[in-house]
Write a protein of this length. Structure first.
Length: 231
């Protein structure tokens, strides 16, 4: 006659095996769900970019730190959004802008942007709020494989001269040039010259623009303020 204790032992062992399998499998299953926040931002919120500057004095980090402090003004230590180790607790004084961010905020953003989440998760929304800036035309230029020209380069470089020549030829026959460059009317007949400083300033301004839905502006900046590939 079969021993009933034998079957009870099998049941216990089987139960432990199932429980152990669930304990191992569930976290693994959850870790495979979703995408990293950094990848999600590219597809779900292309108008945003993770702040990449390592400087606590960066203007985008300063804005994020201001927003973080305002949103967590009443939070006690350990209860702020990212549970920053050096969060000191509720803020009673007025929150001013232009204050350098804490390194712990940069660290939290770097760590959390690599976590896998679903798009509607709170963590994803928090990272969007405190770890990103607006996408600029310069970001789209970089994504396209082109390199934006910089005013730190000499005005006499071939790249700047070629860019100005493209602009000059595109606007030469018009009564007014598209970007209203100072002195354009007096230099538009002169080929293969260094660009006026105002033209370089216009490029710099447009490259920093967040008007990324303006396809006409984007195309003009690509044509007149960039070079193919990397310098």
């Amino acid at each position: 006659m079969p021993n009933p204790l034998f079957f009870k032992s099998l049941a216990v062992v089987g139960g432990v095996s199932v429980a152990a399998g669930a304990a191992i499998g569930i976290p693994q299953l959850l870790s495979n769900r979703g995408q990293t926040i950094s990848e999600l931002i590219k597809t779900r919120n292309p108008e945003k970019r993770l702040i990449s500057s390592p400087s606590l004095e960066d203007s985008d980090w300063k804005k994020s730190w201001e927003a973080y402090r305002k949103d967590n003004k009443g939070a006690v230590k350990g209860k702020d959004t990212f549970q920053l180790p050096d969060w000191s607790g509720p803020i009673s004084e007025a929150i001013s802008d232009g204050v350098n961010a804490l390194q712990s905020l940069l660290n939290a953003c770097s760590e959390k942007s690599n976590q896998k989440v679903l798009p509607d998760s709170k963590l994803y929304k928090d990272v969007l709020s405190y770890c990103t800036r607006g996408t600029l035309i310069s970001d789209l230029i970089k994504d396209s494989g082109k390199t934006a020209l910089s005013k730190t380069a000499s005005v006499d470089t071939k790249e700047w001269k070629d860019a100005w020549e493209r602009y000059r030829l595109a606007n030469k026959s018009s009564s007014t040039d598209v970007w209203g460059v100072n002195t354009f009317s007096t230099v538009k007949e002169n080929a293969n010259q260094s660009p006026p400083e105002d033209f370089r300033t216009k490029c710099e301004t447009h490259l920093k623009s967040s008007d990324i839905s303006n396809l006409e502006l984007l195309e003009r900046v690509k044509n007149w303020c960039t070079v193919e590939g990397k310098l």
